[in-house]
Design a binder for this molecule. Structure first.
Ligand code: FMN
Length: 282
């Protein structure tokens, strides 16, 4: 347990874990996880969220197979939530599950966002998916093995998981042709560093932020054709929610209370889709 570590350090230390040890979670850990579900039952934009902890043992008796197409090895437990699909729902889901994931990281547990490589049909049965709802993404949870298997190393290499786009390709001053320059020690520096470390589907890092004084606008730079693979789930909108959570957590750690809102009228930029704004009171 790394109770005292600041959230900015937890963010820097989290990575996707795909190989797990056979040890079951302790009763205390299971209770703590379920208590967190209760505490994280709605997103910052108002979506009500329900998460389930599913174990292989329980689902085996129902003859369900919690498959991950070989991407995850040895995991006994998974967390899956359900929402009615909407932009706000995906933002809230990304924001909230990432906050949970960071708390689990603090507890020394391994996780890995999975949006594509899991058996949606079997997981839907395991959590009793309601009519009109979707599972946006899930995560295994457990004690990760110290060493990475060859499969995990190949997946990380394939996605370029250890790399992030440089600051100047993500954060802008007024418009996307002007990279944001920050004087050293500027309050935004640590906040944007945390956004840049966010996990994203296929490590596509679709988040772009345009700064306009105390108002920052989040835009999405979609990977062409990517959405086609996911039908009802807007995977890159989940990425945007994850970036919001990193922004929000580190801003609050620095004594700033971000105010989120979706504006009707915003500057439009080629290749970018407006998502949400955040106001930082001075
Ligand atoms: C919304 C979302 C969906 C993801 N889906 C998958 C997946 O289906 N399979 C997988 O192995 N990794 C998946 N990932 C993990 C990413 O590949 C990983 O976060 C990225 O490569 C960065 O690596 P890191 O998490 O270790 O920092 C997903 C991540 C996110 C945020």
């Amino acid at each position: 347990m790394q109770q005292s570590l600041p959230i900015s350090e937890i963010i820097q230390s989290r990575i996707s874990r795909r190989n797990y040890l056979p040890e079951p979670l302790t009763h205390e850990t299971i209770t703590a996880i379920k208590q967190m579900f209760a505490a994280f039952s709605s997103g910052p934009l108002g979506t009500s969220l329900s998460f389930s902890l599913v174990s292989r043992e329980d689902t085996a008796t129902q003859k369900l197979k919690l498959g991950t197409y070989g991407f995850i090895q040895g995991a006994r437990y998974f967390i899956a939530g359900q929402i009615q699909p909407s932009v706000i729902g995906f933002l809230d889901y990304g924001y909230t599950l990432e906050k949970l994931i960071l708390e689990f990281t603090r507890m020394g547990l391994g996780t890995c966002w999975l949006g594509g490589t899991f058996d949606r049909g079997e997981f839907s049965k395991a959590i009793g998916l309601k009519e009109g709802f979707v599972i946006p993404a899930i995560t295994p949870i457990g004690y990760a093995s110290e060493t990475r298997g060859i499969g995990e190393r190949l997946i990380r290499l394939g996605a370029g998981s250890d790399k992030r786009l440089p600051h100047e390709k993500l954060f802008f001053d007024g418009n996307p042709s002007t990279p944001l320059l920050l004087p050293e020690g500027h309050p935004l520096e640590s906040i944007l560093k945390a956004v840049r470390m966010a996990p994203s589907a296929s490590n596509n890092q679709p988040w772009r932020i345009v700064v306009d004084g105390n108002l920052l606008r989040f835009y999405i730079s979609r990977k062409p054709g990517y959405q086609k693979a996911f039908s009802q789930v807007d995977m890159q909108m989940i990425d945007m929610g994850i970036a919001m959570s990193h922004f929000d957590l580190v801003a609050r750690e620095n004594g700033i209370s971000p105010e989120w809102s979706i504006s009707e009228t915003t500057p439009m930029f080629e290749g970018l889709e407006y998502v949400i704004s955040v106001f930082l009171p001075s």
